[in-house]
Write a protein that binds this ligand. Sequence first.
Ligand SMILES: [Fe+2]
Length: 199
Amino acid sequence: MNEIPIFNYSIFACEYQNHNRDKELFGKTVSDWAKSNINANNLHHGLTHQTPPGLQMNHGLDQLINSEEIKHFVSSLDGKIDMPPDRSFAISKMWATFVPPHGTISTHMHEGAFHGIYMLHSPINSGMIVFERDIPNAYYDVFSAGEVEKTPYNTNRQSYNMPEGGIFFLPSWMKHSSTSNESDDTRITINFILDVFEK
Ligand SMILES: [Fe+2]
């Protein structure tokens, strides 16, 4: 019997090595950005709000934007994604998301090529990220009747912790959400889109 994997998608995770050095500056930068922009929205949950995009223009986040981690992710795509030589990846959008106690993020996806999520302030029990495959729940009903352990074969969702200082990279089309923040503190993430541009 040959197993032939098809449609085999990956997410990528790493730690931002300068998290302890930069957390305070980044926190101040995103808080100032949120304060100076009154059009913060609550599309994802009544309690949750986001800054408007545009943080990639703020020099307070240069260390993250020019980080080895983002460069490393982009260079790891060499050989996986063939692009014309006149095109390259760049951050097209960056914003911060504030999820207070009992806040959640509803299922959504993004435009662009890849979505990055950097956990700037992520207290214990402040929620898990949930990735969802585009397979209808009904397909799994036959496999998951009763109390069975969740495996990739009987659920279209997989949850992961959101450790502070970590960065997730995922294809922008991948649906994701987050479970309720059960801590008594606000979780803050910096989110960005990597897209393809002509050089
Ligand atoms: Fe997202």
